[in-house]
Ligand binder design. Structure first.
Ligand SMILES: NC(=O)c1ccc[n+]([C@@H]2O[C@H](COP(=O)([O-])OP(=O)(O)OC[C@H]3O[C@@H](n4cnc5c(N)ncnc54)[C@H](OP(=O)(O)O)[C@@H]3O)[C@@H](O)[C@H]2O)c1
Length: 332
């Protein structure tokens, strides 16, 4: 099979011929139709991810057709059109993943290849309303947005939710889900084009997080948010504590802009705020996310799709965050 391999940090992926994977007991080989990028893939190329082991076939997201199964796997899996849950070994606790938790695409070889081998228990039927690129764009960011918004954020219909950095892959899913759930959604973005697009999708307003008074403006125009979904952190985190409604929740699943600046603990305790962490999602979150996506016929937004051999173009786009929606690889 053809596969992209990351051999050295800060170097492009190399396209190689590899032996086809062979399924072990409980495993299945998926012939991939499409794969998708996440920020994680970029962080790994830059050496900014814990426990990097190279060489590796990267890629956590993928969708395709089951072509081979190992011992103990039900034969009905063969020829099924599937998407892959990339979160492995979550464990038994719905509140937090186990210390065995790991993500497809490092250290395990991932989806930027013609085939991938995974435990059959990670496979779910591809939602019928999604194309192959759309299905591949869903898993990692889709489940992260779902858990952040619903499982951890406990979003209720009619609440005001602020989603920061709307150009992000997870943020875009959170926007689509929150609108489908009947919330009032405001967003931030550094890009006017992305703010306008978010409004076309149903957000009531967009603000530039680089301006000094965006938070005050948001509260004056739309009231204080009950729930804030953030993956930036950084100096701007202070503003989130200032503008959150009393009793509000702030859910974080990333720290793109680095550690938070000085936090005002007075704001935290006086307003009885809840700061909540969230990471990817449990198998139960994944199933609920798929049900929600099917029920509301949600389609992932795709910025661009390129053939496997041109994957390094997507990697370059990630460096500048110019995309809105997912960067996808078409395979086969
Ligand atoms: N914990 C988890 O399970 C998990 C899962 C997925 C991702 N993550 C993390 O979450 C973060 C986002 O990942 P992603 O793949 O969804 O997004 P992404 O596609 O990498 O996009 C990142 C976006 O962050 C926004 N941003 C940058 N600096 C910002 C700031 N100071 N304030 C607000 N927004 C800012 C930008 O939005 P604009 O272009 O709109 O300005 C940018 O487009 C990354 O740090 C990633 O590692 C964590």
């Amino acid at each position: 099979m053809k596969a992209l391999v990351l051999k050295e940090l800060k170097k492009p992926y190399e396209l190689e011929n590899r032996d086809d994977p062979v399924p072990g007991p409980g495993e299945a080989v998926v012939s991939l139709k499409a794969a998708a990028f996440n920020r994680r893939d970029y962080w790994i190329t830059q050496g900014m991810y814990p426990g990097i082991e190279l060489p590796v076939i990267p890629g956590s997201d993928g969708a395709g057709i089951v072509k081979a199964i190992g011992e103990g796997v039900d034969e009905t899996f063969l020829e099924r059109e599937v998407i892959i849950d990339p979160g492995m070994d979550w464990g038994d606790d719905e509140n937090v993943q186990s210390d065995r938790f790991h993500i497809l695409g490092m250290p395990m070889d991932g989806t930027f290849a013609e085939q991938v081998v995974v435990p059959a228990s990670q496979l779910h039927d591809k939602p019928d309303h999604l194309s192959w690129p759309e299905a591949a764009a869903l898993p990692l960011a889709g489940v992260t947005g779902y858990r952040a918004l619903f499982t951890q954020g406990k979003l209720q219909t009619g609440e005001h939710v602020l989603i920061t950095g709307i150009g992000g892959g997870v943020a875009t899913f959170a926007l689509q889900y929150a609108i489908a759930a009947g919330a009032t959604v405001t967003v931030t973005s550094s890009s006017e084009g992305k703010r306008n697009f978010a409004q076309k999708l149903g957000a009531v307003a967009g603000y530039d997080y680089r301006s000094d008074d965006w938070g005050k403006q948001l509260v004056a125009e739309h009231g204080a948010p009950d729930l804030i979904i953030d993956s930036a952190g950084g100096d701007g985190y202070r503003t989130l504590l200032e503008i959150a409604a009393p009793g509000g929740r702030i859910v974080n699943y990333g720290a793109t802009a680095g550690p938070p600046g000085k936090l005002d603990l007075f704001k935290l305790f006086w307003k009885q705020l809840q700061l909540i962490g969230s990471t990817m999602g449990s198998p139960a979150d994944f199933v609920s996310m798929l049900e929600f996506v099917k029920q509301h016929q949600i389609k992932p937004l795709i910025d661009r799709t390129v053939p496997l051999k041109d994957a390094n173009e997507n990697l370059e786009a990630m460096a500048t965050s110019e995309q809105f929606g997912k960067l996808v690889l078409e395979i086969g």
